[in-house]
Design a protein around this ligand. Sequence first.
Ligand code: UFG
Length: 330
Amino acid sequence: MAVLVTGGAGYIGSHMVYALADAGEDVVVLDNLTTGFWWAIAPQAKLVEGDIGDEALVGQLAKDHKFDAIIHFAGSIVVPESVADPLSYYLNNTVKTRSLIAAAVKAGIPRFVFSSTAAVYGNPERVPVEENAVLAPISPYGSSKLMSEWMLRDSHAAYGLQYVALRYFNVAGADPKGRTGQSTPRATHLIKVACQTVLGEREQMDIFGNDYDTPDGTCLRDYIHVSDLAQAHLDALKHLRHGGASGAYNCGYGQGYSVLDIVRAVEKAAGKPVNARMAPRRAGDPAAIVAASAKIKQEMGWTPRHQDIDRIVESALAWEDYLRQRNEAA
Ligand code: UFG
């Protein structure tokens, strides 16, 4: 039995592939390498270069490998880009996920773990936000992921597909062993951007909005270390293999940090100032979003180990510095 990981050459996917390989699982990665990197994949895993929307390919892979689960990361993830080009988000995240689910059902692959997002909540009425809160995405990115959750819910009811949708909060940091990290050169995520700025890879960064209804006026987010997130997927897989309930689970710590808190943490880790300027609000940004995480802890026994924001930032900075040195040497 093997596990099929889509998007395994990407940021979170590559950490997952290492976590599965470390746990002794047999892993096949399906990735079209548009945003991922072959070298980010653990050497024990097999890479198939292809598209998740290719039902015939997934069907053939299922025949060759007898998957007991799909862990589906492949997708587009930049909130403002989804506002500018929604149809590409509905294609990559919704239409192609429909093909992948259809291929799984047809091939009899029993389990599906899905990369969902806190963006399905939009601007939550209450934080920390619980899984049963109102689902009201404010970006096409969030809508594209929510529709995929619904397809899974309905496929569970109709065909018995077991699934867990993990609603990620703000994923950050890098593998503590330094094997992989966030490698997209133009990633838009705050910690990445701040690390690139402090290392001189960018001249300046913007702080998008300081007039939100939050303690310091900048947006609050729940930053979760990517290794704790990978562990949540291992826990979800175990949960499903033991007949656990299908459904959606938050993945966050329940602690909120502002954009300014993060900039300060990066300054502390690097020992020098970040060249940041105030800028207008960015489209599609909720003011504050923090996870209630009791459900995954209680039902799956998920135990986070890397909550310290200074450690998260240090691991991100170390990876960014490694990329910088590698680019310089090339
Ligand atoms: N930000 C800046 N400057 C930057 C980059 C980001 O001020 O250069 C701010 C954003 O405006 C936002 C915060 O930092 O307030 C975090 O932004 P990110 O782009 O790092 O992350 P998002 O909150 O937009 O999105 C992330 C994930 C989504 C997930 C969402 C849930 O990418 O998948 O968190 O909150 F849905």
